[in-house]
Design a binder for this molecule. Structure first.
Ligand SMILES: C[S@@+](CC[C@H](N)C(=O)[O-])C[C@H]1O[C@@H](n2cnc3c(N)ncnc32)[C@H](O)[C@@H]1O
Length: 307
């Protein structure tokens, strides 16, 4: 078990998840997020196999699921991202293990190739289970979504049965169909060759089920999306991957760089990362330029918010 990166909030290990789980005490993690290999024959690196026989794959899943349930605090949340085909036996296992079903979230997959004799598979599933009958935290307000507008005419997409005035001004209740998750395909946005999840998935999971200072565990860190989001949102985290962890490590280092730049800003300078925004700000006159610069950096700081 190799510690490859750490911050004040978390630790990233290059290790088998079962090895890391064995070191985590009972009832010490608030949320587990697991995005394991889907047994589709992908190449994640030298360690671990993504081409197991069905029974072996499920037996392996049961091992890390059982350990994940053990480390959760009462009321803690377990999320498992996978194909519907695997989530059905996984859900059966979790039911039998005494976990409580909360949601099956469908994450829309906009592009998928047609498969002979099958409907076009257009979603991944995200199982959401609770340890015990009640969640310790279910912060719906933290994940509300804005009212959707048509991008052409800017009108509301739905009429809400004429009851728009009664809608919560903080936004709509998040549904269990997430059709706004972009696939992370373009090289420009990817941290590594292999697949990775869009941060919005983890932002929702983390905000919905944890508070600042809570602990999030991800046994299959990959490009480090969970660590990246937890770190930005001020949650403690433990992440591991049996293969190369350098993409995850680099992502975490990027956060440290932005934080350092924000500190410069707080000390009165405009951070480099925000300089393009500052340049784009129209300056009415020489006198109001410093004030505008200050406001712009403050706005950007608010946007950067949780860095
Ligand atoms: C689907 S990817 C996770 C992607 C990740 N959620 C992200 O956003 O980048 C699955 C990862 O599990 C890792 N893995 C496979 N077997 C493992 C094991 N036994 N222990 C830890 N990690 C493992 C693979 O190396 C791969 O990076």
């Amino acid at each position: 078990m190799l510690l490859v990166g750490s911050t004040g909030l978390g630790a990233l290990y290059q290790a088998d998840c079962l090895e890391v789980l064995a070191t985590i005490p009972n009832a010490s993690v608030h949320t587990v997020f697991a995005d394991p290999p889907f047994n589709l024959g992908k190449d994640y690196g030298r360690n671990g196999s993504d081409t197991l026989r069905e029974n072996d794959y499920l037996a392996w899943c049961h091992e890390w699921l059982q350990q994940s349930c053990r480390v959760l605090v009462p009321g803690g949340a377990l999320f498992v991202h996978n194909l519907p085909k695997w989530l059905i036996p996984i859900a059966n296992f979790l039911d039998a293990a005494g976990m409580h079903f909360k949601h099956w979230i469908a994450i829309h997959k906009p592009t998928s190739l047609p498969i002979p004799n099958r409907l076009c598979p257009s979603h991944y599933g995200l199982l959401y289970y609770i340890k015990g009958p009640r969640p310790r935290l279910f912060n719906r307000d933290a994940v509300r979504v804005p009212i959707r507008k048509c991008r052409h005419c800017d009108r509301d997409v739905k009429d809400y049965g004429g009851h728009k005035k009664r809608l919560n001004p903080k936004g709509l209740n998040l549904s269990d169909v997430w059709d706004d998750v972009p696939p992370v395909r373009h090289r420009k946005y990817k941290s590594r060759e292999a697949n990775e999840l869009a941060p919005i998935v983890l932002e929702r999971v983390v905000r919905l089920t944890t508070r600042r200072g809570d602990v999030v565990f991800d046994p299959f860190a990959g490009s480090g999306t969970t660590a990246y989001v937890a770190e930005r949102l001020g949650r403690r985290w433990i992440c591991c991957d049996v293969n190369d962890c350098s993409p995850a490590k680099h992502r975490l280092e990027a956060i440290t760089t932005v934080r350092a730049e924000i500190e410069h800003c707080v000390n009165g300078r405009v951070p480099r990362a925000f300089s393009s925004l500052v340049k784009a700000t129209p300056v009415k006159s020489r006198q109001d330029a410093p004030e505008r610069l200050r406001q712009t950096s403050q706005t950007k700081l608010r946007v950067a918010g949780e860095f």
